[in-house]
Design a protein around this ligand. Structure first.
Ligand SMILES: Cc1ncc(COP(=O)(O)O)c(C=O)c1O
Length: 294
């Protein structure tokens, strides 16, 4: 079955979609993107993804944005045409192709807008059930990690190093020995004192949509989150840890830089946040993730 993609307003067979090699995404990584989870055939937090897309575009100098309604409609059609009950939609907006390689941004831009979708189990996966191990990796990324740019060499190198080490992911460590975030997720710990901690928003991390949703969900249940920086050392001594992202949802972390967190198994706080978040996106936890009730 040929996959359908969306390129500059046209739905096309994915393997027939073509862009110019002069596209600034290819030459300069002059592009931003979004990855939106799909659950029960619906995009999760569509409006917040559109808000963040516009913010990223605005931060790189765009003054006009692709129409929100059209992008949302394209998400729904990609979900339908590709039969995505559970999975994700990737959307990228680049500054376009101009037949040359000039650094200054052309104004107005003629952006290249591309999206594709993929069915993929998000909830009932081994990483969510059993947790993952992460390496520590120097945060070699640029100073504007709040912009969701396609310049992803840092995460590529970090995740490759993790794989080479036989682990699943990497947590970035900044020049002060503090964790910024995971290679493609926000990072959280539960301290020995029982605090739930994640780093405060700044230019050093991506403002995760899943992170935001978990703030809302926990607030509804009267559960407290402490927003502060924490060191690699504190993380290694924490009792629980997890990643959040649109595709990883809430993924327990059971080993950090060689240190096994309590028992090497997902802990009760992580499990309760998994249950709350799965419920928030419309899942019946007893059916979709019976292991999260244990
Ligand atoms: C570096 C980084 N941090 C955090 C996130 C989590 O963001 P979201 O919850 O919006 O997927 C991502 C997602 O890909 C990411 O790449």
């Amino acid at each position: 079955l040929a996959r359908t993609a969306w390129l500059n307003g046209v739905f096309v067979a994915a393997d027939e979609a073509r862009i110019s090699p002069f596209d600034r995404a290819f030459l300069f990584a002059d592009a931003v993107y979004e990855v939106t989870a799909v659950y029960n055939g619906q995009p999760v937090d569509m409006e917040r993804h559109l808000d963040r897309l516009e913010r990223s575009l605005s931060e790189i100098g765009f003054t006009t944005f692709p129409a929100r309604k059209e992008i949302a409609a394209a998400h729904h059609r990609l979900i339908a045409e590709n039969g995505i009950g559970e999975g994700f939609i990737y959307l990228q907006v680049s500054r376009g192709a101009y037949g040359g390689r000039d650094f200054p941004a052309p104004d107005p831009a003629r952006p290249t807008v591309f999206a594709f979708g993929e069915p993929k189990p998000l909830i009932d996966v081994p990483s969510a059930r059993n947790g993952i191990k992460v390496i520590a990796f120097d945060d070699i990324r640029w100073a504007r990690c709040d912009i969701k740019s396609t310049g992803l060499l840092g995460p590529v190198l970090a995740k490759t190093a993790a794989k080479t080490a036989g682990k699943e992911d990497a947590w970035f460590v900044d020049g002060d020995g503090l964790i910024t975030e995971a290679a493609s997720a926000n990072a959280w710990i539960v301290t020995q004192q029982g605090e739930l901690v994640t780093r405060a928003l700044s230019n050093a991390i991506l403002p995760g949509i899943t992170r935001h949703a978990i703030f809302d969900t926990l607030a509804q249940h009267g559960l407290k989150i402490v927003e502060r920086s924490f060191s690699l050392e504190e993380a290694k001594q924490s009792v629980e840890a997890f990643n959040t992202s649109a595709v990883a949802l809430v993924t327990p972390v059971v080993e950090i830089d060689g240190a096994t967190l309590a028992g090497g198994k997902p802990g009760p706080v992580t499990r309760s946040i998994q249950r709350l978040y799965y419920t928030a996106i419309g899942a019946d936890v007893a059916k979709a993730a019976p292991w999260a009730n244990e």
